[in-house]
Design a protein around this ligand. Sequence first.
Ligand code: ADP
Ligand code: MG
Length: 332
Amino acid sequence: MRVKLLRKFIIFILLAITHHAVLAQNLYHRTLKLMGSRFDITVSALDSVAGNGYIDQAIEEITRIERMISSWDPNSQTSLINQNAGIKPIRVDKALFELVQRAIAISDLTNGAFDISYASMDKIWKFDGSMSMLPSAEAIESSIRNVGYQHIVLDQLQQTVFLEKPGMKIGFGAIGKGFAADQAKLLLSNNGVEAGIINASGDMSTWGKQPGGEDWKVAITNPYDKQKAYAVLPISEGAVVTSGNYEKYIEIEGKRYSHIIDPRTGYPARGILSVTVFASKAELADALSTAVFVMGVATGIDRINQLPGIECIVIDDQGKIHTSANIEISKI
Ligand code: ADP
Ligand code: MG
């Protein structure tokens, strides 16, 4: 009897050990260019076949989103909306309709500092190095005439988007990568992936924990030296997004102009080097990081402090660090 029990026990232990060995999760990783940006996709899986399969699924999902929201592809639904500004409403996918709806809500939340209709100003501000002098005051003045999220008309029943003013344009540059990161995370976690990170050039959506059980750690880039981390913070089940002046900017007569434009003045936002926002969704963090850039340090942090579950770190152009009320960082 005793021997039998012992044997059972040993078999149980052996099973437990092999079971554990078989089920051990490993991390699989791929870096590639999607949506014109560098994406790093990390997933936990049992083996490389499964891991790579999941990464392929994420890439497919992000590519699908890119086709929907791209401003470069003349056949995307977004381009169709833009081509029909002032002409007619365009019926779009539910996902795009709801994205526009959420974007408008964020404009309301930020008093228009974040505004997807900023895009008509893209014609006068070029951040590809082709600009050697500032646009004229008149050009800026006339460019903001076509900006204003209040003129984006949604019809829930018809699922249409209509830009009221001819020449009006929308663009998802400040929210699209976060949206794509969230959607890829959602798809993979629904498909049973226990943990991962979708990093869309600094817009990170994470879920689960590292295989050892530790929280994921994210590094915040030092705005003075892109290669260096400024701080490392643990993050679980959430998103962290950094908008930085070091990514895209122009220098004219020794002054640095960021690629984030204040929709209310038509001029690039100034005074901030980088904004990092923590939130449960990368999409919201993405949009808010852009908005804080436009609102400036005091107003931006004040607004973040009013939003439950959202925190931010702002580095101003003097190198000074400002944080929202409930955040503690230890510098490395
Ligand atoms: P990055 O793309 O470097 O991560 P952001 O998320 O802040 O930075 O997005 C900046 C992009 O958003 C710009 O390149 C432009 O396409 C778009 N954009 C600029 N200003 C605004 C604004 N006020 N509201 C919404 N989108 C904006
Ligand atoms: Mg953004």
